[in-house]
Design a protein around this ligand. Structure first.
Ligand SMILES: Cc1cc2nc3c(=O)[nH]c(=O)nc-3n(C[C@H](O)[C@H](O)[C@H](O)COP(=O)(O)OP(=O)(O)OC[C@H]3O[C@@H](n4cnc5c(N)ncnc54)[C@H](O)[C@@H]3O)c2cc1C
Length: 381
């Protein structure tokens, strides 16, 4: 039976970044690493259904994993994108407050400062008009370090780099169960071929569960995993509407975030090709359907109108949707990433990642470093 040192389940941006970081880390230089993905290619689920924004790290609870890994990850990501000449733009973002929201905007600035984001500039209504003539607001914060990324190019680059360092990538390969054996795991997978399904089992010493929306399901198929450490999954869908014609904005435009930071408000982003889109909204759902309700258009128009009064409803078209793998429900406080090693769940060699919602794209390289630190610490214990 084949044996690998490390198996990573899930080749979204998080699994890819971990594979890349592992492949260039000293302790894993000669390790055999396999990255398994159940879809026909990498990054087809949440990692290709998001806003593609490089977040500054403004809103998250201070000292949370989200705050720390976003701020660290943003720097690593910009350096990486520059080094490998990958498509991205540091456009800057404006968080626009209306008259009653000025105090809340000040609180956002303070929170950002506590998180180490010290470059936000206060913009008054006149400066806002100059920067963005189509935008209306009482005041705004300019975040110069916020940007956009072509997430597909980034993920392809991570995969190329990891493979060039010896990582084996297998798509159409679903992990269906993880068994504990003395000093290793027995992994059961199913490979999808054109002629049918084929079971394939192998051993590995360390196993990393990066299955995104399926992380909980996979954790519960891991022998010995106490369900009390598996946080409940709350699916929170976000729909996008594209806006035809050229973008009237030169920055990313965000309203004030929603209560409990469930979402960041229906904002405008521009993709790397210049297409303007609005979204995502927030809707807790009970299945993983990506269908978009075109009837939401009116609700979108009403939200957008608050900061872009001349929005033309005829230019809004249903575009795509993503689903946030939240581990908190609509009434709870904002949740954090959960990156669990044996100090939490007691299973040596197992790392599980839950609740990897925004800003995990921005934070991906820092998440990779964090997981490797955990694995190195565990090896020393
Ligand atoms: C609407 C929305 C907007 C967002 N906007 C931003 C943003 O602007 N900036 C930002 O930084 N972040 C953003 N995010 C967050 C970001 O997109 C995600 O955090 C990130 O893509 C998660 O990556 P992942 O690898 O954990 O998950 P995924 O991309 O879902 O990857 C998990 C992979 O595991 C595979 N898999 C599942 N089960 C198995 C199995 N049993 N065996 C093998 N493979 C398996 C899946 O097929 C999938 O490819 C947004 C998210 C959403 C939903």
């Amino acid at each position: 039976m084949d044996k690998f040192d490390v198996c990573i389940a899930g080749a979204g941006v998080v699994g890819l970044a971990i594979a890349y970081q592992l492949s260039k880390s000293a302790r894993y230089a000669n390790a055999s690493i396999v990255l398994l993905e159940r879809e026909p290619s990498f990054g087809q689920i949440t990692s290709s259904r998001n806003s593609e924004v490089i977040h500054a790290g403004i809103y998250y609870a201070t000292d949370s994993l989200k705050a720390n890994l976003c701020v660290a990850g943003k720097k690593l990501l910009y350096d990486h994108l520059q080094k490998f000449e990958l498509p991205h733009r540091k456009l800057g973002k404006l968080i626009v407050a209306q008259k009653t929201e000025e105090e809340a905007l000040e609180a956002v600035k303070e929170k950002a400062h506590e998180n180490g984001v010290t470059d936000l500039c206060w913009i008054d209504t006149h400066q806002l008009r100059k920067l963005e003539p189509e935008v209306r607001g009482h005041a705004a914060l300019l975040s110069p370090s916020t940007g956009i990324i072509d997430s597909h190019s980034y993920m392809q680059n991570l995969l190329n780099l990891a493979e060039s360092q010896g990582v084996i990538f297998a798509s159409r390969s679903e992990v269906i169960a993880v068994h504990q054996e003395p000093k290793s795991f027995l992994i059961n997978t199913v490979l999808t071929h054109t002629h049918g399904l084929e079971p394939y089992d192998f051993h590995c010493t360390e196993f990393i569960n990066c299955a995104g929306l399926n992380a909980q399901e996979l954790a519960l198929k891991t022998e010995g995993m106490n369900p009390k450490y598996v946080p409940r999954l709350h699916l929170c869908k976000g729909d996008y509407f594209s806006y035809s014609g050229g973008s009237p904005f030169s920055h990313l435009i965000y309203p004030m975030p929603e209560a409990n930071h469930i979402g960041l408000g229906i904002h405008s982003t521009i993709d790397i090709a210049g297409q303007l889109r609005f979204g995502p909204d927030t809707e807790f759902v009970d299945n993983q359907s990506y269908a978009i309700d075109a009837g939401k258009s009116n609700r979108f128009v009403n939200s957008i109108k608050r900061y872009f009064p001349t929005v033309d409803p005829a230019k809004l078209h249903p575009s795509y949707a993503g689903i946030r793998p939240k581990i908190v429900g609509p009434e709870d406080d904002a949740g954090d990433f959960q990156i669990q090693d044996s100090s939490i769940h007691g299973i040596k060699g197992l790392v599980q990642l839950f609740g990897m919602e925004s800003p995990a794209l921005t934070a991906s390289l820092a998440i990779g470093e964090y997981v490797i630190d955990q694995m190195n610490r565990e090896a020393r214990r």
